[in-house]
Write a protein that binds this ligand. Structure first.
Ligand code: HEC
Ligand code: HEC
Ligand code: HEC
Ligand code: HEC
Ligand code: HEC
Ligand code: HEC
Ligand code: HEC
Length: 503
């Protein structure tokens, strides 16, 4: 694996600028030790020291000092040039709106808002004796007061105690959610370290935690927004994903797993964060799929999203690149709803435009949803009952997931309204496409023609062939054997299928 310059959490904390004496961004300053409280200070110091010893500050390594002396260097070097570190600009480190646990436990009154101590346990400094570790018993990695997602849920639970923090807990209580509660003990310091440089999600190491997608020291408030002036940049990481690492695939041929991955530290595109777990980087099988036992939707295997969004594919949703910069074909603006209709062909999108909470009043992010596959809207490829397939005759039903963005307006009313016959070359004036509105197709399920996994396809317009494997070919229902993309209207000769006459 190629690896880009490595940054560690400790580098984020000190606001590194690659000069050894960025040490001068004193940790003591960053952690905002309460003035005059020497006992608390000493304990914050000695506890963090243990962590720093294990993680080693790059800045001090550059000075050629041993890790122990190196850590002292961080604290003892004069603060000739104090820089604002990533932490002090972060949502948690903000001195007025950041972390503050004192509404939960008055012991924390002693610490200023934004102080590390609202997450990292100070033990005896607060109570005079070591408090019993929280459940599960035993010390927590990185000395946080509660393990993993439980730490985050202490504040991100919608209660006043979390300050203005978002209610994420209720999302993880929804039926479909990233299974963060299934895993524990994966983020030990040694694994965090190897995780920064290796493939910590492979095989038995597969897991997911909040901190795989968020860096609690760097995240800032602010989720994605559609930039109409730079539509090609609508896949860049938003503030809440800042400081997280991911992987950028090196693509080979179409519909093949990437030939290599470059670790991006930090990730600059949202998909880079997702692909570190949802591609061959984590699967290591090379065949585009991976058996799982933790799928919230009950899948026995998941597929390779890097392969599916490969810009060399004949069609794809523009997550990695735009339609025009890759091999896909743009849609007509009339077939898209806002904001997607402003610049078709030149836009990208997020995985989290499709995967997220059904309730748009809840926080953004693919945390949980009441819809299968964590879909933001409706259902696919079946109706909400999970068995009845959506058909062209349902085109006006708002429960079709695709209608979140596609107009899919059509005037197919079962034969009468759309008056032409199989060799029609007319387009649908209401903005539909003439394959959808062809009356002979009226009762066809979407998956007769389209891939059930609508990420990308070997064939144009996300068409699935009868020869394609599951899950793309849904339960063997795909009927198309040959499809020729056409920028105008379709003629029956553009498509061969197993439906019988006349294709
Ligand atoms: C919002 C809670 C929170 C705050 C505030 C916070 N941390 Fe952390 N910190 C964490 C969590 C969670 C981890 C474990 C990260 C993981 O699981 O990947 C961690 C890990 C660490 C580590 C070890 C990580 C490594 O691999 O290098 C250090 C060192 C650290 N924190 C120091 C600090 C310091 C210093 C501050 C204040 C300047 C601070 N933290 C503020 C939650 C927090
Ligand atoms: C002690 C309380 C506390 C804990 C523990 C905590 N947070 Fe926060 N979090 C906050 C507060 C307060 C904000 C700032 C909200 C704002 O700026 O409006 C915040 C903001 C954030 C943001 C930025 C987006 C936003 O809503 O502003 C992210 C992302 C985030 N937290 C993730 C986490 C994760 C992941 C964990 C666990 C590793 C965690 N938090 C633990 C209190 C907490
Ligand atoms: C640290 C690893 C990790 C990261 C990063 C990650 N995921 Fe996941 N994701 C998982 C695991 C584990 C599951 C459970 C099923 C499995 O094992 O694949 C899952 C499940 C899902 C599912 C539901 C699949 C089902 O079975 O219904 C979706 C959708 C999903 N992830 C989307 C995303 C998106 C979008 C991102 C990026 C924003 C992302 N994931 C980042 C590990 C990860
Ligand atoms: C245009 C909407 C859309 C976008 C963009 C999208 N997804 Fe999906 N995704 C879906 C739908 C719909 C399904 C359900 C497919 C099915 O029925 O099997 C799905 C299924 C999944 C699954 C579970 C099934 C599987 O085969 O693995 C995962 C994991 C997943 N998506 C991750 C991602 C990731 C990661 C990204 C970005 C790199 C992404 N999705 C982008 C719509 C989308
Ligand atoms: C979150 C918005 C969103 C959702 C939901 C969505 N799409 Fe799309 N779709 C887009 C965008 C954006 C494009 C690219 C438009 C462009 O720039 O040309 C696109 C493109 C397409 C294309 C053309 C791809 C190509 O390369 O030829 C097809 C076919 C398509 N979508 C089908 C679907 C289907 C089927 C569903 C539901 C299962 C769906 N879409 C759900 C936003 C969405
Ligand atoms: C699979 C990756 C993933 C996991 C796991 C994950 N998040 Fe997120 N989170 C995201 C993404 C993606 C966004 C939204 C990005 C955007 O819209 O720009 C987000 C958004 C957020 C926000 C800001 C929401 C808003 O509307 O302002 C908070 C706070 C947050 N996450 C906290 C958490 C906490 C706490 C956990 C664990 C309990 C967690 N996340 C687990 C990917 C993840
Ligand atoms: C008989 C085959 C067939 C069936 C059945 C079918 N489609 Fe399509 N679909 C196509 C073809 C062909 C295109 C490409 C049209 C073009 O090039 O503009 C397409 C394009 C699309 C697009 C891209 C935007 C647009 O409106 O043209 C979406 C979204 C879409 N289909 C969704 C669906 C949904 C949802 C269903 C089921 C309700 C469905 N399709 C059923 C053949 C089919």
């Amino acid at each position: 694996m190629e690896s880009e310059s490595v940054t560690r959490i400790t580098d984020d904390l000190i606001g590194r600028d690659d000069k050894p004496c960025s040490c001068s961004a004193r940790i003591a300053e960053l952690i905002q030790l309460p003035a005059g409280d020497n006992k608390a200070s000493k304990n914050v110091f000695s506890r963090l020291l243990n962590i720093f010893q294990s993680t080693r500050s790059k800045a001090c390594r550059l000075l050629g000092l041993s890790s122990l002396v190196g850590v002292f260097c961080l604290f003892l070097l004069p603060a000739a040039k104090v820089q604002a570190g990533a932490y002090s600009s972060s949502a948690h480190g903000n001195s007025s709106t950041g972390v503050n646990r004192s509404t939960i436990d008055s012991k924390y009154d002693a610490f200023a808002t934004g102080n590390c101590a609202h997450c990292h346990e100070q033990h005896a400094s607060l109570e005079g004796s070591e408090p019993a570790p929280t459940s599960p018993p035993g010390p927590n990695a990185a000395m946080v007061f509660s393990p993993e997602e439980k730490l985050c849920f202490t504040c991100h639970n919608g209660s006043a105690a979390g300050g203005s923090s978002r209610d994420i807990l209720s999302q993880f209580n929804e039926t479909y959610r990233h299974p963060v509660s299934l895993y524990s003990g994966r983020h030990t310091l040694s694994k965090l370290e190897s995780g920064q440089n290796g493939a910590p999600f492979r095989g038995s190491l597969r897991h997911v935690e909040c901190t795989d997608c968020h860096n609690p020291h760097v995240a800032q408030p602010g989720t994605q927004s559609f930039d109409t002036n730079n539509p090609q940049n609508n896949n860049l990481v938003s503030n809440v994903l800042k400081g997280v690492w991911g992987v950028e695939p090196t693509f080979g041929t179409a519909w093949a797993v990437p030939t290599n991955f470059t670790e991006k530290k930090p990730a600059v595109k949202e998909y880079q964060v997702c692909l570190k777990c949802h591609s061959n980087y984590a699967f290591n099988t090379g065949n585009g799929s991976y058996s799982v036992s933790d799928s919230p939707s009950g899948l026995s295997s998941v597929t390779d999203q890097a392969m599916e969004f490969n810009p060399a594919n004949a069609s794809y949703h523009p997550v990695i690149t735009t339609a025009n910069l890759g091999n896909a074909n743009p849609l007509l603006a009339s077939r898209l709803g806002p904001p997607w209709n402003s610049n078709p062909g030149n836009q990208t999108m997020y995985c989290s435009d499709c995967h997220g909470d059904t309730d748009s009043n809840k926080p953004d992010g693919p945390h949980g949803s009441s819809n299968k596959y964590l879909l933001k809207w409706g259902s696919w490829p079946t109706q909400a009952d999970g068995t009845t397939l959506w058909k062209l005759s349902d085109l006006s039903n708002s429960g079709i997931f695709c209608k979140l963005c596609h107009t899919l307006s059509g005037s197919n009313t079962g034969g009468g309204n759309w008056g032409h016959f199989l060799w029609s070359s007319s387009t649908d004036s209401s903005g539909g496409n003439n394959v959808h509105t062809q009356s002979y197709h009226y009762n066809f399920p979407c998956v007769y023609c389209h891939s059930a996994v609508p990420h990308g396809s070997k064939h144009q317009r996300l068409i699935a062939y009868a020869s394609d494997p599951a899950p793309y070919n849904y339960n063997g229902q795909a009927k198309v054997t040959k499809f020729t993309f056409n920028t105008g209207s379709y003629y029956y000769g553009d498509c061969q299928a197993t439906c019988g006459w006349p294709h």
